[in-house]
Ligand binder design. Sequence first.
Ligand code: SAM
Length: 384
Amino acid sequence: MGYTRADWSAHFSEGRDFRQLGDDEKRLIAEHAPPPAGGRALDACCGTGELAAFLATLGYTVDATDFAEGALARARAERSTVEGVRWLCLDVEEDDPADLHEDGYDVVTLRMAVAFVRDRCRVLRGLGARLRENGTLIVITPVVERTPEERRHIALDEDELVLLTEGFEEAVRFDAAGMAVLVLRKPGGSFASLEKGRPGPQAVAGAAAVVTDPSGRVLLGRSVRNMWEVPGGRIETGESAQAAAVREPAKETGLAAREEDAHVLAVLHDDRADVRRITVVVRITAWEGLLGLPEPHRFLPLGMARSAHPGHPGGLLRAHRPDVARGMAGSAARAGACPLLPVRRRRASGGRRARPDRTAAHADGGVRRPGRLGPLPAGPGRAA
Ligand SMILES: C[S@@+](CC[C@H](N)C(=O)[O-])C[C@H]1O[C@@H](n2cnc3c(N)ncnc32)[C@H](O)[C@@H]1O
């Protein structure tokens, strides 16, 4: 069946029902929400009213609400001898609750219905707000682990159950023949969430630095694994992506850049074997120093490679790190961070213009070596 209001109504009108209220549920309700003198109860999404009738037998005056007229028609007919229950047609998510009792309720129940509610936390906060002082909200729901695969949609998982308790200072969970019974009190508690303990390692985070020279050529190195790579590496604990993106090129190439000249272009996600990789692509818009090879055990030649599309480093990247190139293409064209904008090169310390290191295999000469790269467009032969 579907779950529109009409579907629910048809379901009940056809004489069909759901799981009956069990003895464990009755015992827990009586124990944790005994009626005070003049006690008033609200049973939201009441269906044909079995729980509302039980609350009445405990001594409560009850408002029972549902949005399915087919359910309410049966409730009125089948529970006509039960005293002290008002049957109200109300959509718990949409309708104006003006008909509900202004003085609030000592107990509010929501049984086997929360899984069908779209905005659960908002609805629960709304119901919680109707509790009188020392009032109790009781949510009864099937749980995923005790529900057959084909009926999982009527159940909540553990995370969803925890979310329901947010906003209540007191929350206790019980089991009633495989259903979760949440007893919630003191609404209006803090919604701030606290991280509990250390999260299990799940992914590695890295920074990929896109460094270009004034003519738009991209800095690439060929690793000892015979891959053409932009400089980059892991983001250390407590380090920003921008900091990692200036630290790694300094280590791998000798070029120095400042964090304020590092701009995040895109965040990429891929899987390498069973490890998820999150790569922050960072555009370096100014740098200084000499292009060297401080890590010869990791890289063969380093060089500025000309893009297949002059002035657009993304062209070359598309060939070698399609994921990085896609990230650049989709990035915001912020001033100073757009891949198409020319890069500033700082004066080397001492006021001298930085020059490329002739000892490193640089420029197109280095890039055009035989390898998996294939032919590259000819460049001027040295970094500008
Ligand atoms: C599985 S039945 C449970 C009925 C009853 N609480 C019980 O325990 O037998 C779910 C009930 O929630 C009602 N319902 C679902 N969404 C609703 C909504 N947004 N507003 C009011 N009632 C809703 C349905 O009409 C249906 O009666």
